[in-house]
Design a protein around this ligand. Structure first.
Ligand code: AR6
Length: 169
């Protein structure tokens, strides 16, 4: 059984095996949590991302997929980068958001990670409503068959924390 807990804070301060990044398909950085991870983790993460792009991901990382890099100077062993869907009112993209959590856990499990920290994927720049994003995150992690022992949802503000905490109660 995987223990799941909500934490209020900055994910770049977490001490875990894997920190998950809400990236974009270029893997070349951006704003939000992506920017914060690259800033605090240092240039080694971007170097690894560039290598992955050149070696396997010519067109970028597809939405819903996940790949691992070094965590650079972060207090983690790996960063797992995943690309959330942009929220749409005309199309149901929930399966892609669920896939981000499931694929990140799969990659983390393959690496032998026991502890994983997730941000609230797609709920920033990509516009996913927080309550629904929290529902999908919690349902997907609860249902996942994984060797990961502990999942922390690291939420940047009180509203996000409350949305996840409510789903976990
Ligand atoms: N720790 C934890 N959560 C954070 C942090 C942090 N340091 N910083 C922001 N958040 P976003 P997305 C929260 O926009 O919606 C990037 O430019 C934030 O409050 O980071 O998946 C990428 O390169 C929000 O709840 O990711 C992509 O282009 C959540 O993290 C695009 O944004 C996700 O917000 C991805 O958009």
């Amino acid at each position: 059984m995987t223990a799941i807990e909500p934490v209020r804070g900055d994910i770049t301060r977490e001490s875990v095996d894997v920190i998950v990044n809400a990236a974009n398909s270029s893997l070349l950085g951006g704003g939000g949590v992506d920017g914060a991870i690259h800033r605090r983790g240092g240039p080694a993460i971007l170097e690894d991302c560039r290598r992955l792009r050149a070696a396997h991901l010519g067109k970028g990382l597809p939405t819903g997929h996940a790949v691992a890099t070094t965590a650079g100077e972060l207090d983690a062993r790996w960063v797992v980068h995943t690309v959330g869907p942009v929220y749409s009112t005309s199309e149901d993209r929930s399966a892609l958001l669920a896939s981000c959590y499931r694929e990140s856990l799969r990659v983390a499990g393959e690496l032998g990670a026991r502890t994983v920290a997730f941000p609230a994927i797609s709920t920033g720049v990509y516009g996913w409503p927080m309550d629904d994003g929290a529902r999908i995150a919690v349902e997907t992690v609860r249902a996942a068959e994984t060797t990961v022992e502990e999942v922390r949802f690291v939420l940047f503000d009180e509203r996000a924390y409350e949305a996840f905490a409510a789903r976990l109660r």
